[in-house]
Design a protein around this ligand. Structure first.
Ligand code: ZN
Length: 211
């Protein structure tokens, strides 16, 4: 990646991030990894005008592409180095087909179509929690057990700046909690039982139940 195309850290700190056309070139939206300070910042909200502007529309398209390439079920803007409150989510049927029936049932995992959440506000619904192995595209190669609320409600704007409310349970609720955490500078390792941290290889070898 040409150094000149990186978003200057000072701009991120000052919340003056501007997205230029040059940053939309493929190589520029690399997924940043744990240790990059942008993952620890509180992302700033977007205005309706910004959401409808070309820069954010192009960012959304680029993030959706990156998420599918990875592949992942969610991606937050800070994960591509842009500290704004925007996430894309998609849990495709083909990802779920790879799971055993037991894994699918226990995780309450069902397909979720591609959608965009901007300035999301999450609240937990009910008392139930669920504990499952979870990973992050910014912490590649590892998973660990993370306890999450089983059901949540999210109020947000969509890609047209239209307000929407989502009620979610099961795996979709987990994805929402994980991605919205990113907007607050929180990573799944912060919530993880670190004694369960495992490489993906060892997860498949020792910990993946119900195959
Ligand atoms: Zn993540």
């Amino acid at each position: 990646m040409p150094a000149g195309l990186r978003i200057p850290r000072t701009a991120i700190r000052d919340n003056r991030v501007r997205i230029h056309r040059s940053r939309l070139e493929r190589d520029v939206y690399e997924i940043v990894k744990i240790g990059d300070p942008v993952l620890r910042l509180a992302a700033r909200p977007l205005s309706s005008d910004e959401i409808q502007g070309e820069a954010i529309q192009q960012l959304i398209a680029a993030m959706a592409e990156r998420m599918r390439e990875a592949p992942g079920v969610g991606l937050a803007a800070p994960q591509v180095g842009v500290s704004v409150q925007l996430v894309v989510i998609e849990d495709r049927p083909e990802y779920i087909e790879r799971l055993s029936d037991t894994e699918r049932r226990e995780r309450e995992r069902e397909p979720v179509p591609l959608h965009v959440l901007i300035n999301p506000v999450l609240s937990v619904e009910g008392e139930k929690s669920a504990v499952f192995f979870e990973g992050c595209l910014s912490i590649p190669g590892y998973q660990g057990l993370v306890a999450r609320a089983r059901a949540v409600r999210v109020a947000a704007l969509d890609e047209r700046a239209t307000p929407l409310t989502i009620r979610a349970h099961g795996w979709y609720a987990r994805i929402l909690q994980h991605e919205i955490d990113h907007l607050n500078g929180i990573l799944c390792v912060d919530r993880m039982d670190l004694r369960t941290l495992t490489t993906l290889e060892n997860y498949d070898r020792y910990w993946r139940a119900g195959r």
